[in-house]
Design a protein around this ligand. Sequence first.
Ligand code: NAP
Ligand code: HSE
Length: 445
Amino acid sequence: MASPALINVGLMGMGVVGGGVATSLLGQPNALARKIGCPISLKKVLVRDLAKHGQANLPAGVLTTNPEEILDDSDIHVVVEVMGGTEPAAGYMKQALSSGKHVVTANKEVMSKHGPELISLANRNGVNLLYEASVGGGIPIVGSLMGDLAANNVQSIRSIINGTTNYILTRMAHDGADFDQALREAQQRGYAESDPTNDVEGIDAAYKISILASLAFHKIVGPDDVFRQGISNLEPQDFRYALELGYAIKSLAIATLNDGQVKARVYPAMLPFDHMLAKVDGVYNAVEVEGDLCGKVLFHGMGAGREPTTSAVLGDVIEASRSLVSRAGPTHQDHSSNIDLTEPPTRADESGSGDSNIDDLICKYYLRLNVLDRPGVFAQIGHVLGDGEISIASVLQKDTNQSEQTAEIVITTHPAVESSVQASIQALNALEVVRDVSNVLRIEE
Ligand code: NAP
Ligand code: HSE
């Protein structure tokens, strides 16, 4: 088949990311044509409501509310899906791939839940499915795992991959901002998902780490294979105590390979101030990949927002267009084949490669307890922790409330086993002298 003389793009979704993609596609036609080797045109843009986008600076006739004007148009070569959500996004992507169109997406939810099936469909149809923007905004991590780092046996990925939560945690830690105010700012800046619960509860980061873990460890890791905890339980005093103890609080997404088993987790954790990830603030994301050949490599950049995400989406559009121009076949064929998709995809937990249980995790812990302020309390707490083989590293007594005769106690531990810590928390909560175990954070070193 001959190379097209003009690459036509169909854009699905015209929100924060779609608006950026449309502006860049229309604003720099000559530069893009030079990079691709042939002109590129934005042929159709799918929206839900024409009136809402009446002011968009698009050529006449480009906007449509009918997806078939993109999916059934044989002159459209590349479909860019930036609508979000699973359906109809996944269905449109399948339809586009089945009809031989290259697909570029920023949709981590679809890639995390349906990636293997979609990649397999793309392979069968000899087209690209590119999803750089689904993880880390403008950071080129997906392509790096597929390409430049492919020679490595990856041992671990440690990352901050949700810009919204990192923005919120940074504002709370540095400026004493309250949670709701910081979340509102993240939404105004276009970082947050349409349902910000996905950001705050670690769902978005779980999608992303499952995508990275699948690529890095050559296993199919889905969102249900990721242990997940959000940031809504954090209170201002956790940031004060963390500062005093020499730690930053970050929402981390971690994936490791232990004895052939992928373990993936997302949770707020304490990190020593001198840890590289502790210095990643605001909307910035960072991904540390440890491989047997490359050692530790750190990627750092803006993880959300219109321009950084447009950078990743357009990079993929250029890659897909170049493969059309050169007719070299899909550029990511080899990359995606690092997951064996000749067989029906198996979930990581069914194949024994991963599950969301972290009972055997070993790390240090931070415990904040509200206790009665009277003699013998420390002894009882120490007894419970001792029974669980949990060794105390430090104890601080804080915020004594004389009228209620209560105090806040902050304990850090030496490395302990998660299951034992959880059992001890139950035992502590059952003590008459403990009002509650108000927060528990893992300390990553
Ligand atoms: P957004 O601002 O909410 O935009 C989504 C757009 O898609 C909205 O304009 C929406 O229309 C439209 N849409 C939704 N369903 C549609 C349908 N069935 N038909 C036509 N249009 C439809 O979201 P976004 O921030 O641009 O994010 C888009 C995707 O990029 C998501 O998958 C997100 O996870 C991903 N992403 C976002 C960022 C970021 O920083 N924002 C970064 C990386 C990846 P209405 O306006 O009518 O609702
Ligand atoms: N809501 C996401 C974030 C967008 O805050 O990181 C980028 O994927």
